[in-house]
Ligand binder design. Sequence first.
Ligand SMILES: Cc1cc2nc3c(=O)[nH]c(=O)nc-3n(C[C@H](O)[C@H](O)[C@H](O)COP(=O)(O)O)c2cc1C
Length: 312
Amino acid sequence: MKILAVAAGRKNGNGEILLKEALMRAEELGAEVKMINLHDYDIRPCSGCESCTVKFTQKHEAPECVYKDKDDMDMIMKEWLAADGVIVAVPAFSFMPSGLYRVFCDRHLAYEPNFHKQVGNKAYFRNRVGAIIGNGGSTRSWMSLTLESVQITLLAQDIKIVDQMMVNRAPRPGQVLLDPAALERARLLGENIVKSAGAGERPPYLGDRSMGWCPVCHSNVLSLGQPLWNGPGYAIECPVCHCGGDLVKDAEGRWKFEIQENGGERSMLDGSGAKDHFFEIRDTMKLYYSKLGEIGEKQKKYLDYKPKGLSR
Ligand SMILES: Cc1cc2nc3c(=O)[nH]c(=O)nc-3n(C[C@H](O)[C@H](O)[C@H](O)COP(=O)(O)O)c2cc1C
């Protein structure tokens, strides 16, 4: 069993320490482990060309990123996709995952398993599990979108999240070493990922279920429901796993998020959400291609208008 750990924080920082605790435990249990820090690699920001999305949805073909041989991303993704389990350790920067991690994940689009499945690319039909370590210098309120944003990136990669943990109030490199409970929790996370890899399509969630509102993915953020592209939405939706339902009061008078009967129809946990998104993009881009002349005409005004920029 192969486990790949990806650090997006400082070299020898708190995230790396937590990852190493998890990996030491995974190795004790027989896993073959590897670890990378994204700072060590050349990863270009996505150019936004959308050639991967166009190829997927308009040509029904498996794409290759236009940067495939131009930086280290393809090499990293080969390991990432071949791993039975991935663990990511991502620091909070301004409440969110660090920008480096986001740059890495923007490039995932060309490698999105649920899109490759839609175009019949057999190489992507694999069960993979994931675990998340979110670490920051402050309390959870100051890391409010960190775990949730990382969850989204793994679900988009068709990785079943089996555990997640958050470490707070460890700002300086190595400060997490003063928190034995965090190190112990990281060991358990390493154990949980080994236990779950190979558990099939629906591995059980082994993390702390009280971490958030959503009874499905345990995220701690909720959104007012939005109309869907092809039907009505839900009253309340989970912006992470896309399950829908409403807020209800439990017997003790506390609000909880209850999933409605059809609330899992666009779930990011079983691929149905990503599949729906594939067809939404296909439809929306078709409109673009049918109106190229009109867009070209209307665009002239904006191409001709050249406001001043900054000179170096
Ligand atoms: C630019 C920047 C923004 C940060 N923003 C937050 C934040 O919003 N919330 C928080 O809890 N910690 C924040 N931190 C602290 C880091 O998350 C903290 O130093 C963490 O331990 C870094 O992880 P590492 O040691 O693995 O690199 C920030 C640090 C930097 C450099």
